[in-house]
Design a protein around this ligand. Structure first.
Ligand SMILES: Nc1ncnc2c1ncn2[C@@H]1O[C@H](COP(=O)(O)OP(=O)(O)OP(=O)(O)O)[C@@H](O)[C@H]1O
Ligand SMILES: [Mg+2]
Length: 307
């Protein structure tokens, strides 16, 4: 049995509030409030858990907010591989629901070389067949090639999933990540082009593959997704019908769904549609999608793709 690990270098506690009639420059009061652990790797772990797959969350936390993050992980049934820093505070990200897309994100603690070495030690324990997700931006206290350095620690045969934008992604390609999942903006940015249609992404997915990626899954928000698989096969899909509720974490859900599907059947088509279903199921729900929501949407997506 393979073990799954996710990395979140800079987790957060997300303080999600709604305020009626929000007014800038005045004291506002919340109508609802929620404090939940966040971060892209932790989103992946949560969706995997919802699909019945155990994983361990790796990363760095600090202070009392870090303790709360670890407590909430345990509550979700996710393995705790977080390294505690001696100084600083896991960040609090304020998300103002009433004013569409408004957030104030904290910086998070500095990660010392000594603590980073502890993470590298953990990584060297992973074995062939294990899966490692590297998700999200690199905090300012670490170099841009941090994911590359982490991948250099891995034993042969560990499957890596890299979900980060720009140079952070490009630098990992020579080490042959199993899956990269740029969205169309991130893919376009790498090559200095604007990509709007599913039909136009394939040449750029091919370039990432030539540069070393094994499977390239390009997500396009409401436009669906395109997979260029390792064996050269190509799958594309529009999004299933549904009402957008909250697109945050759709990309993380898609990466989790793809890997869950791959581990189930070792079949790229199944993995692709599990990714599409998981991404859209999260877009159609308040938080991250449940396992039932994903499986139900998967059935619908497959029926549509058979037409
Ligand atoms: N508005 C939407 N309606 C239906 N499905 C969606 C929508 N937005 C996203 N999805 C599904 O989720 C997948 C991933 O979404 P998206 O391309 O927005 O990822 P992302 O930009 O990496 O998101 P994030 O990094 O915030 O998790 C899409 O390919 C699609 O299948
Ligand atoms: Mg993303």
């Amino acid at each position: 049995m393979s073990c799954i690990y996710t990395v979140t270098l800079n987790p957060s506690l997300d303080y999600t509030v709604s305020v009626e009639n929000f007014r800038l420059g005045y004291t506002n009061r919340t109508a609802t409030e929620l404090l939940t652990v966040g971060g892209k790797g932790i989103n992946v772990s949560t969706v995997l858990q919802n699909l019945g797959l155990d994983s361990t969350a790796l990363g760095f936390v600090a202070g009392f907010t870090g303790q709360e993050a670890a407590r909430q992980l345990a509550e979700r049934g996710i393995g705790n591989g977080l390294i505690f820093l001696d100084k600083g505070l896991t960040r609090i990200n304020v998300k103002l629901q009433s004013v569409e897309g408004t957030e104030i994100n904290g910086q998070g603690p500095d990660i010392s070389g000594e603590k980073f070495a502890l993470l590298e030690e953990r990584l060297s324990e992973l074995a062939a067949g294990d899966v490692l997700f590297l998700s999200g931006s690199i905090p300012a206290s670490l170099p841009e090639d941090t994911y590359l350095r982490m991948m250099e620690r891995l034993a042969a045969g560990v499957l890596t999933v890299v979900d980060v934008s720009g140079e952070g992604l490009v630098k990992t390609l020579p080490l042959h990540p199993f899956l990269v999942k740029p969205n169309h903006h991130e893919l376009g940015e790498i090559f200095g082009v604007t990509l709007e249609q599913r039909a136009s992404v394939l040449p750029y997915a091919e370039k990432l593959q030539e540069m070393g990626a094994r499977n390239v899954l390009v997500s396009m928000a409401g436009q669906g997704a395109v997979l260029l698989a390792e064996d050269g096969s190509v799958f594309e899909s529009p999004v299933p019908e549904g009402r957008l509720v909250n697109g945050v974490g759709a990309g993380d859900s898609m990466a989790a769904g793809f890997v869950a599907g791959w581990l189930e059947k070792r079949d790229y088509e199944h993995a692709f549609y599990m990714g599409v279903a998981a991404g859209s199921a999260t877009a159609f729900s308040e938080g991250l999608a449940s396992g039932e929501e994903i499986r139900e949407l998967y059935r619908r997506v497959r029926e549509a793709s058979a037409d």
